[in-house]
Design a protein around this ligand. Structure first.
Ligand SMILES: [Zn+2]
Length: 347
């Protein structure tokens, strides 16, 4: 069984070093459950990427394995805690799905074999599985078996974006908790503590369900202000309409991160749509509020029909490109940009 490499992911590494107040009540609730002897053997944490599922799962694992549990947390001093810190605990197993790959039966069998062995250090063993939606049916069945016949003090924590792709039989054996995004004020206070003063509410809406991505974004912006993708989208659309020579730059930007940037382009049209149906008004927490005067001009140039058509086209291109990495990205994106340009009318 491969041990968790460190760091698993740079962006997540940042999360390990900051407090995440919106996760604390849940973590405390789980500790209470443990102290009352009601801790479930199978747990499922769902929630969007960057909400903190992995962080809280890691905390729970450390707590379960700690041999000198304190009232509110693990002790961080015992042998077990030190091994967890070094990512080298013999009773902690981590399995992560690779991008676009399923987790097969062989990988799960290795895990279940480990779960059947006696713990090396304390009484507990923990398996953490990230990307549970990528379990094959056979692999899910194998896991199910370990949950139906728990071997002593073994705990299984599964992480997934949603529960929808998990087998109902597996789901019925897990205690599921959906982690929600903190409210704006909690987010603003949290960022303030970390040294980021946010007055642009649009950025909160953009990263609504992913405080980690928001933090990474602000961090990147602090290092290089030109990395503001929302501004680049507005500038890109501007070039497309008035300086087509620069089209290449815009299509490159969109191709660089299709999933995120085509969604941002979609939001841009969505905000234009809101202006159009809302007497040229936009809430100050709209993602593109910062570019209001420009958007007010653009809404005059687009019909509702065009906006609907283009929104569909953007999402269609996005799902095509995210599902098939072999497609010629620039070609499809250029075709999309030309469609967008053609829908704008002179005023
Ligand atoms: Zn400890």
């Amino acid at each position: 069984m491969a041990k968790e490499k460190q760091p698993i992911d740079n962006s997540e590494e940042i999360f390990n070093h900051v407090t995440t107040p919106w996760l604390t009540p849940f973590y405390q609730h789980l500790q209470n459950t443990y102290q009352q002897g009601r801790f479930p053997h199978g747990l499922l944490f769902t929630g969007s990427d960057g909400i903190g599922k992995f962080k809280v799962a890691k905390q729970v694992a450390q707590y379960l394995l700690c041999t000198d549990k304190q009232d509110n947390d693990a002790c961080f001093k015992c042998h077990s805690c030190l091994l967890m810190k070094a990512n080298n605990h013999l009773d902690y197993y981590f399995l992560e799905a690779e991008k676009n790959k399923s987790i097969g039966i062989d990988q799960v069998r290795l895990l279940t074999e480990k779960l059947n062995e006696r713990p090396q250090l304390g009484n507990n063993k923990v398996v953490l599985l990230k990307g549970a939606e990528q379990l094959t049916e056979a692999a899910a069945n194998a896991l199910l078996k370990t949950l139906e016949e728990p071997q002593g003090d073994s705990y299984l924590i599964l992480l997934a974006r949603t529960h929808h792709q998990l087998m109902p039989t597996l789901l019925s054996r897990l205690q599921q908790t959906h982690l929600h995004s903190p409210d704006d004020q909690t987010l603003i206070n949290w960022l303030y503590e970390l040294g980021y003063q946010v007055s642009d509410l649009g950025v909160l809406r953009w990263f609504q369900n992913s405080p980690l991505s928001l933090l990474n974004h602000l961090k990147a912006l602090q290092e290089d202000a030109s990395l503001d993708t929302r501004r680049q989208c507005v500038e890109g659309l501007f070039s497309l309409l008035y300086q087509p020579v620069n089209l290449f730059k815009f299509s490159q930007l969109l191709a660089a991160n299709v999933e995120q940037n085509l969604l941002l382009l979609f939001h841009l049209l969505h905000d234009i749509h809101k202006l159009k149906i809302n007497k040229n008004q936009l809430n100050n927490d709209a993602i593109y509020y910062f570019a209001l005067p420009q958007l007010q001009q653009w809404q005059l140039q687009l019909s509702l029909k065009s906006l609907r058509l283009l929104s569909e086209e953007i999402l269609k291109t996005r799902s095509l490109l995210t599902a098939h990495s072999s497609l010629k990205k620039e070609l499809l994106i250029n075709a999309l940009l030309i469609k967008i340009k053609n829908e704008f009318k002179e005023v």
